[in-house]
Design a protein around this ligand. Structure first.
Ligand code: CP
Length: 305
C-alpha cells in the first residue's frame, strides 16, 4: 500500500506522472467525474487550514466520492492512542489525509493504517503543496527541467518538500534561509539533494534572484502562532532578522521571475502587498491548483490511475 508522507519512496517518473495527470484533470474534469464513486476520505486536522481542507473535500465531491472532516479536538484522537483510532478509521474509509503537528505521529498513523495516508502538512514536509507548485510552474513555463527556483524564507516543511521534488525533476533550487526551522531539519533529504548538484544555499538574496525563473516565499511564522502572546518574543526576533529578505518590487525590479507563495500570506512581511497581484504573480493559480493536484494524488493512491 502506498502513502504520501514525503517523496522518499517516489521516483522522478512518479512525480512527473502525477503533475501531468493533474494538468489533464484540470483540462477535462468531467472525464474523472465518477472515478471515486462510493469512496470516502477522512480528513483529520490538528492544525488550521483553508486550502488543504477545501481542496481535498471538493476534490472528493467532484470525483464522485465523499469526504469527512474530523477536527482533532472534537474526536477521540485527542484522548486515545493514535494507532487504535487509525485502525478503526481505516476500516470505515478508503483513504486518510492528516494535518498533524508532528511527523512522528503521522508515521505512527501510516504504520497502523490499512488504507493510504496522505500528509496534509506536518512539521517536516508538505508534499501536496509542492505537487501543486510544480504543476503551476509547468503550466506557465511549459517545462520544469533546467528552470531555476529561488526559495526565500524560513527553512520549513515547504522548503524541504520543494528541495526534494525540484531535485527529482532536474530543476535547480537555491534557498535563501537565514533561519533553519528546527523541527523541519532533515539531514538525509538535504544530503541527497546536495549530491544532485542542483541544490545550493546562499544568503546573497540579490545575487540569487538575478537569474531566477521563479521566486518563492512562505510565511516566517506559523499562522496559529502569529497571534499567540507566548510566541511574541520569537516572532518579533524572526521578523527583525527576516525583513531584509522580504520579496518586494524593488528586489525584483529587473527580474522576469514568476512569483509564488503557498499561502496563507502575511502581507507586507515575507512579501510586499503590491507583488501579490503583480503580472508575474502566479500565487492564486498555485492555490487553485491544489484542487486539481489533490485529485491526481487521490486517484494515484486509490489505484484509479
Ligand atoms: N498552503 C496551505 O497548505 O494552505 P492551508 O494552510 O490553508 O491549508
Amino acid at each position: 500500500m502506498e502513502h504520501l508522507i514525503n517523496f522518499k519512496d517516489w521516483t522522478p517518473r512518479d512525480v512527473e506522472s502525477i503533475i501531468a495527470k493533474a494538468i489533464e484533470i484540470k483540462r477535462d474534469p468531467a472525464k474523472f467525474r465518477d472515478s471515486l464513486l462510493e469512496k470516502s476520505l477522512a480528513m483529520i486536522f490538528q492544525k488550521t487550514s483553508t486550502r488543504t481542507r477545501v481542496s481535498f473535500e471538493v476534490a472528493m465531491t467532484q470525483l464522485g466520492g465523499h469526504a469527512i472532516y474530523l477536527d482533532w479536538l472534537t474526536t477521540q484522537f485527542k484522548l486515545a492512542d493514535i494507532r487504535d483510532e487509525i485502525k478503526y478509521l481505516s476500516r470505515n474509509v478508503d483513504c486518510i489525509v492528516a494535518r498533524l503537528k508532528r511527523n512522528a505521529d503521522l508515521m505512527k498513523m501510516s504504520h497502523a493504517s490499512e488504507v493510504p495516508v496522505i500528509n496534509g502538512c506536518d512539521d517536516k514536509y508538505h508534499p501536496c503543496q509542492v505537487i501543486s507548485d510544480l504543476m503551476t510552474i509547468k503550466e506557465h513555463k511549459g517545462q520544469l527541467q533546467k528552470l531555476k527556483i529561488v526559495y526565500v524564507g524560513v527553512h520549513n516543511n515547504v522548503c524541504n518538500s520543494l528541495i526534494e521534488v525540484c531535485t527529482m525533476t532536474c530543476m535547480q533550487i537555491t534557498t535563501v534561509t537565514p533561519i533553519i526551522h528546527e523541527p523541519a531539519q532533515d539531514a538525509e533529504l538535504l544530503e541527497k539533494a546536495k549530491e544532485t548538484g542542483l541544490y545550493n544555499l546562499t544568503l546573497d538574496l540579490k545575487g540569487a534572484v538575478k537569474d531566477a525563473d521563479v521566486v518563492y516565499t512562505d510565511s516566517w511564522v506559523d499562522m496559529e502562532l502569529f497571534f499567540d502572546p507566548k510566541f511574541k518574543e520569537e516572532k518579533d526576533e524572526r521578523i527583525k532578522l527576516m525583513m531584509p529578505y522580504q520579496i518586494n518590487a524593488e528586489l525584483l525590479k529587473d527580474s522576469k521571475a514568476l512569483i509564488m507563495h503557498d499561502m496563507p500570506i502575511h502581507r507586507d512581511y515575507e512579501i510586499s502587498g503590491e507583488l501579490i497581484e503583480a503580472p508575474l504573480s502566479i500565487i492564486y493559480d498555485q492555490a487553485e491548483n491544489r484542487l486539481h493536484s489533490e485529485k491526481a494524488i487521490l486517484l494515484k493512491l486509490l489505484h484509479r490511475e
